[in-house]
Each structure stands twice: as C-alpha cells, then as structure tokens.
Design a protein around this ligand. Structure first.
Ligand SMILES: Cc1ncc(COP(=O)(O)O)c(C=O)c1O
Length: 332
C-alpha cells in the first residue's frame, strides 16, 4: 500500500517537468507597442529549465545501462543543472556528485546540498584545460568513482534532444505556429540549439537570436570565427569559456551581447513590473529582446525563455548591498 502511494508521488513530480506556461509580457515592452511571450521555465518543479535536461540525461543513462541502481551521477554545473540533477537523484535514489565553479551563488550551493548532493567547488580563475577546472575535476571524479556515470551536459546529445522533443514543440503549439523570433540565452547551448532545430524544421524563416554575456567566447566566435580568452562576468548560467558539442551555431541567426549591469537591472525590472521573480540570465534575455525589437521592427511574435527562479540570487542581484558594491546600483 505504502509503496503504491510513494510511486504515485514519485511519478507525479517527475511528470510535472515541462509544459510550462507561455506568459505575455506587455507592460515591460509597452514602449515598443509589442508583446514578448516568455516561457516560464522557473515554474518547473526543480525551479529551472534544467529539470528537463536532468530528467532526460538520467533516464537516458538508466536506459543505456551506464547508471546502475543506487549508482552515482557526476556532473559539472553552473548551478541549475546541479540543482536539477540533485533533485532527480533524490527522487530516484542515486548519489549526486557535483562540480561547480566558486563564482556561482551560495544559494545554488545550498540548494544542491539540501537535496543530499555532494558538491566540489573549483576556482573560477582557471582556464578550462587546467587540471583544477570544473570540467577536469568532474572527469577525474567520474574515473575514480565506482558505479558512476558522468552526464557531461556540455556534450551529451540528450541536452539538445530534450529541447527538440519538448521545449520547441511546446513553444510552437503555444504560439499556434505564429512565432517569428526566439531570443534565448546560451550556456551549454542545449536550449537554444534544440528549440531552434525544431522551430526551423517547422518554418525556416523563424529568426533565432542567442543571448550572450560580455566576456563569453560565443558571440565573438560566431561573429568573427575567433576564439578569444574569456573574461569574468557575473551573470550566471549563460556564456561559455570553451566551444562545446551542445552549442549548434548553425541554427543561430544572430548573437546579442549583454553586460552584467544591464542584465541585472532588467531582471529587477521584470520582478517590479511584471511580477516575475527570475535569475540574471532572464534579465539578459529581456535586455536582448529590447535590442531585437528595436533592430527588427518587423517581428510580430517574439518568444523568450525565463530560465530560472530569482530565489537562487537573493544574496547577489536582489541584494542592494551587493549591487552597490559591484557598481551596478548607485548608492542611495
Ligand atoms: C540561469 C540559466 N539561464 C540560461 C541557461 C542556458 O541554458 P543552456 O545551458 O541550455 O544553454 C542556463 C544554463 O545553465 C542557466 O543556468
């Protein structure tokens, strides 16, 4: 009896991933006389777009036999994937061993731990091929931990595929095929690549615009084919410091680069004006939408993605003290 009840709970929670609402943002774009439609991914049960990915990568590992019952899941994360992996592992009874750069918020660290995950922090100052980097640390842990599987979201085909299978079709259906532009942040690149592949198959005229932070290597690579040395930026979850398999540049039409200050001020405005409590990458996406609406007045049905909830950034972009110290807000 108890087992039956527990199973019902378990299935229900994981089945709640995806099918997020598409919210019309009217007030924040009123100067443009346009509505931007925002996919509210923070309403996934684990609080971010990464629930889709964690569920899909872990189920793929179960299906191909690389994750035995009670085994260990190793993953490298900028926070949201780690939280989502820790959450799925808590439900399914796996050990989660997560590696994250120390640049990411303490709230994210605590959220992973509250689901029972073990967390290794790596210095954000080192390059990706340094043995101390998050990528190399995760590889080492996976090699030395018995019964473990390394999900490797940056190169796992399930990353693009889960958005091709779910997020893309949901957006297409929710806009009744009217979408003409998608403006989406790129971190691993999985969301934008999967959504774009699906949408372009339906209508190849749909414009796909990637949002990238200042300091990331993606936009300069896309625009000039050059690999720059990455620079530090504060916005979490988007931008890259190396090229990865989940970022398909071929399905992207344009890149828009957004600075930290602009991203954070737009995130706060989103909460104040629309009542949407999101992370900094959502503010970067809103800032990018403003630029795109200005440069492409022909766009009628733009869609963006609000990747995660603001509760992961209370000590950062939602703290006046932190914002003033960083120079993003003027002292009152
Ligand atoms: C807050 C946030 N926004 C956007 C993204 C980008 O998603 P993707 O990795 O699919 O490019 C991420 C990914 O970690 C994220 O954490």
């Amino acid at each position: 009896m108890l087992v039956g009840e527990a199973k019902v709970m378990h299935d229900t929670l994981l089945k709640r991933v995806g099918n997020t609402p598409l919210l019309p943002l009217e007030k924040i774009f009123k100067d443009f006389g346009k509505t931007v439609y925002a996919k509210a991914e923070m309403l996934n049960p684990g609080g971010s777009v990464k629930d889709r990915l964690a569920k899909s990568m872990i189920e793929a590992a179960e299906a191909n036999g690389s994750l035995p019952p009670g085994g260990t899941v190793v993953e490298v994360t900028s926070g949201n994937t780690g939280i989502a992996v820790a959450w799925v592992c808590a439900i399914k009874g796996y050990r989660a061993l997560l590696v994250m750069s120390d640049k990411n918020s303490e709230e994210k660290q605590n959220m992973m731990k509250l689901y029972g995950a073990e967390l290794v922090l790596t210095p954000h100052t080192v390059m990706p091929d340094d043995p101390r980097s998050n990528y190399k640390t995760a590889e080492r842990l996976a090699e030395t931990t018995p019964d473990s599987t390394y999900l490797d979201q940056y190169n796992n085909p399930a990353n693009i595929d889960c958005h091709y299978q779910t997020t893309g079709p949901e957006i297409w259906e929710q806009t009744e095929g009217n979408i003409d532009c998608a403006i989406i942040g790129a971190g691993t690149g999985g969301t934008i690549s999967g959504v774009a592949r699906f949408l372009k198959e339906r209508n190849r005229d749909i414009k796909i615009i990637a949002v990238d932070p200042e300091g990331s290597i993606f936009a300069p690579y896309f625009k000039k084919g050059e690999l720059i040395t990455p620079e530090h930026y504060e916005v979490e979850g988007i931008g890259g410091d190396k090229l990865v398999g989940a970022m398909d540049f071929d399905v992207v039409d344009e890149f828009v680069t957004i600075g930290d200050r602009e991203a954070f001020l737009n995130t706060r405005e989103l909460a104040r004006v629309e009542g949407l409590f999101c992370g900094g990458s959502s503010g970067a996406a809103i800032a990018a939408c403003r630029r795109v609406l200005k440069s492409h007045p022909e766009i009628k049905c733009p869609v963006t993605i609000l990747a995660d909830s603001g509760n992961r950034y209370l000590s950062k972009l939602y703290s006046d003290k932190w914002m003033i110290e960083k120079g993003y807000l003027n002292r009152p």
